[in-house]
Design a protein around this ligand. Structure first.
Ligand code: ZN
Length: 224
């Protein structure tokens, strides 16, 4: 049996902060959970599911913007493999009446974060994914050229899962470390870059939670 007394245990500042967050149930990103490989921009560990819907970034430029999306197929239904099928051009358009409305679409995103926090990568970050469509960020159009697209499985109106926020924060920490031009103010929603045309990730997405989580993660990282 091991007996510890408080006088024999020393905590540094970071450990105390982490302990308090655990006690209070504050969700925080695990900043060292993911990493982006140099070169192609593969996220590890993430399930790899290559999409044919990708091409080169103009001039080989690096991404400097992240666009957050929401998606579910059919809308409002979670689970299954319809999203992977859509992004790999293998969706059976007759499997659901809604699929007839999007028949023939060739789209993709760099990442999908499922309700349980599983991360699937369809396109390496150094390549262009086809997620934003007609779009503009601070006067610069064609956001696919310079952005990373992250889909969260969900709808505009229902809350996203804790596991998705935790995972998104951890993934963004890895992305921001790999591409320093992506700072907090360069993380936007699809509705921000395609106003009037797109509404995702919707009012259900908690932007303050995301921003505060990233700031907390950065502060903890700087303390270490
Ligand atoms: Zn979208």
């Amino acid at each position: 049996m091991v007996t510890l007394t408080l006088s024999t245990v020393t905590f540094d500042h970071v450990k105390i902060v982490v302990l308090i967050r655990i006690i209070l149930g504050v969700h925080q990103p695990m900043t060292n959970q993911f990493a982006v490989s140099p070169g192609a921009g593969i996220l590890r560990p993430a399930t790899q599911c290559p999409s044919p819907n990708q091409d080169d970034r103009l001039g080989g430029s690096e991404p400097n913007l992240v666009i957050i999306h929401g998606i579910s197929l059919p809308p409002g239904e979670y689970g299954g493999t319809y999203i992977e099928s859509l992004f790999t051009n293998s969706l059976d358009w007759s499997a659901h009446p809604y699929f007839g409305e999007i028949e023939g679409m060739q789209v993709s995103a760099h990442l999908l974060i499922r309700r349980d926090g599983e991360v699937i990568q369809f396109v390496p970050f150094q390549r262009r994914a086809w997620h934003a469509g007609e779009s503009c960020f601070r006067g610069v159009s064609c956001c696919n050229d310079f952005s990373i697209g992250i889909e969260l499985e969900g709808t505009d109106e229902s809350p996203y899962e804790d596991a998705q926020y935790d995972c998104l924060m951890a993934v963004l920490a890895a992305i921001m470390a790999a591409y320093p031009a992506i700072e907090l103010r360069r993380i936007a929603g699809h509705s921000d870059v395609s106003p009037g045309r797109k509404t995702d990730p919707g009012p259900a997405f908690d932007w303050l939670r995301l921003y505060d989580g990233i700031r907390l993660g950065n502060a903890q990282h700087n303390d270490e």
